[in-house]
Design a protein around this ligand. Structure first.
Ligand code: GLN
Length: 202
């Protein structure tokens, strides 16, 4: 089993380090041919407009989108979640997404005044009675709507928000977080994705 990390822009090395710490084989994916060597894909945090444009110009966008829709496990973090979304709000006019996960996300939706923050999240699928996960949010997208097939695995709420907002979502073989699990020391969410990939390749 091998996991690919889309290596066009963003937190690529941080994701690779997480898999190295877990003893899981991982490789950079920067060209279409490399997609045939992987069982699951991470789309990292970074800048979704840049990642989209580079995916398009490298010829990765269409085959990657097709493989995701055919059930290759995928984990999109922050900008990666934007790329998975069915609909992008406040996107650039020429920005596209894979339209794979039934969520609508608003780019930079937490607003400038709280552009970056950290929060402890309770995530029952990984914490098993243990500690919450320290989540790093950087100019994060807000998930504004969630389709019926999407499970919300964690929410975040602060005084600026009237309702808890979903920040970790799963739809079948797709996982998306509006925060950056690759920027903490906690490997539990990467381990959770590894289990999804193992299930997908068995
Ligand atoms: N705001 C960025 C975007 O829309 C995402 C930020 C991030 O990945 N930290 O692409």
């Amino acid at each position: 089993m091998r996991i690919g990390v889309l290596s066009l822009q963003g937190d690529v090395s941080e994701h690779l380090q997480m898999f190295a710490r877990l003893g899981v084989s991982a490789m950079e994916v920067a060209s279409p041919g490399e997609l045939s060597h992987i069982d699951g894909l991470v789309i990292p945090g970074g800048e979704s407009t840049t990642i989209y444009m580079l995916a398009e110009s490298s010829g990765l966008f269409e085959p990657m989108t097709q493989m995701i829709k055919e059930g290759m496990p995928v984990f999109g973090t922050c900008a990666g979640a934007v790329l998975l979304a069915r609909r992008i709000l406040d996107g650039r006019a020429d920005q596209r997404s894979c339209e794979a996960m039934d969520i609508a996300v608003r780019r930079n939706g937490f607003g400038r005044q709280i552009a970056s923050f950290e929060a402890d999240l309770d995530i029952s699928v990984i914490d098993k009675g243990g500690a919450p996960l320290r989540a790093v949010f950087i100019r994060a997208p807000i998930v504004e709507s969630v389709g019926p097939e999407v499970e919300t695995l964690a929410t975040y709420k602060d005084s600026a928000l009237t309702e808890p907002t979903p920040v970790l979502l799963k739809q079948g073989t797709m996982l998306a977080s509006s925060f950056h699990p690759e920027l903490s020391n906690d490997t539990r969410l990467h381990q959770f994705f590894v289990e999804m990939v193992k299930e997908g390749s068995s």
